[in-house]
Design a protein. Structure first.
Length: 319
């Protein structure tokens, strides 16, 4: 007698592997990235993807297609910090050293911002990826809406803390009075853009959870371009390199606007990134869209149960 096709006692080894590797269980420890790849790509026995956006690609090709935009995005983000220091180093000689010290200490705040926003984003990303992988689109929609609410609230909170702690940070770093002033100016100006930064970063991670890596990369390119151009123009700095000088068309005095302009360019770029991310989320990608729930509630209505799940999944990554 032939075995019944649904008999659980007769599963093959390959079927067991599929069950173990799935994200159907909410307790599954599988990473968000792995879940996103799983839900959009179904390989056949020859490791060639048969369905989804990556149809016809091998598994190794699929990994590179999804991972390369993220790799380039992170590389360019590191370049922004270099541009900030380049601009600070080209300020007038009498303030350049102090500006470099202040921006150097302030750049650690940028590192903290990345950790703070990523910690929150991981919680939403994981829930969205699980929902997409299991076909529970309502769960993904709920997680996206609450992630956006939390990103704005978290950005306001972290920004407020940065404004309050900027001066003690500079003082305990044993900076000179001039460098202390530069550090405080840089950190507090950057803090104003943190709610926008939260929307941009957390929204981008939610898109990654849905398996969409290209749109966050495209947004990051625009953010970096705006950051560099705005920082250069508002600071009024003339850049000198390899014996040549790049004149600044801005009429602003770099001695007065230099450090403020460097940080203001970053804050403006965060606002542009938040606007672009919001537009993408409202338009929707791959069955994920930022819209009012089916029950008619606002997308800004607080869902305590879902918010707690996002925080519980994301807070450990903050540490």
């Amino acid at each position: 007698m032939s075995d019944a096709p649904g008999d659980p006692s007769k599963r093959t080894i390959d079927e067991e592997r599929i069950l173990v590797g799935s994200a159907a269980s909410p307790e599954d420890p599988m990473s968000a990235t792995a879940v996103a790849i799983e839900q959009e790509a179904i390989p056949d026995d020859e490791a060639v993807i048969k369905a989804g956006r990556l149809a016809g690609k091998s598994m190794s090709q699929a990994i590179w297609i999804l991972a390369l935009p993220v790799l380039l995005q992170q590389t360019m983000a590191a370049g922004v910090g270099f541009v900030d220091k380049l601009l600070a180093g080209n300020l007038p000689t009498d303030i350049a050293r102090a500006a470099m010290d202040g921006v150097g200490i302030g750049s650690f705040v940028g590192w903290f911002i990345g950790i703070a926003m990523t910690g929150l984003g991981v919680g939403g990303q994981a829930i969205i990826a699980r929902g997409m992988g299991s076909g529970d689109l309502r769960e993904s929609q709920r997680a996206l809406g609450q992630s956006m609410i939390l990103s704005i609230s978290w950005g306001v909170l972290v920004g407020g803390l940065m404004i309050l702690l900027a001066e003690p940070l500079a003082r305990y770093s044993n900076l000179t009075p001039q460098a202390t002033e530069a550090c405080v100016t840089y950190v507090r100006t950057l803090a104003v853009g943190l709610p926008f930064c939260g929307v941009m970063m957390v929204g981008g991670m939610c898109l990654h959870g849905a398996g969409e890596a290209h749109k966050p990369f495209q947004i990051a390119v625009w953010v970096i371009i705006v950051n560099c151009v705005a920082s250069w123009l508002i600071s009024g700095v003339e850049i000198g390199a390899f014996g040549a000088t790049i004149p600044n068309p801005s009429p602003l005095d770099p001695a007065r606007w230099g450090v403020f302009g460097i940080a203001a360019g970053s804050a403006i770029s965060y606002a542009v990134g938040a606007w672009l991310t919001w537009r993408v989320l409202r338009a929707g990608v791959k069955d994920l869209r930022l819209e009012n729930p089916a029950d008619g509630r606002s997308i800004f209505a607080v869902d305590r149960e879902m918010s707690w799940r996002i925080v519980r999944g994301g807070v450990p990554n903050f540490f």
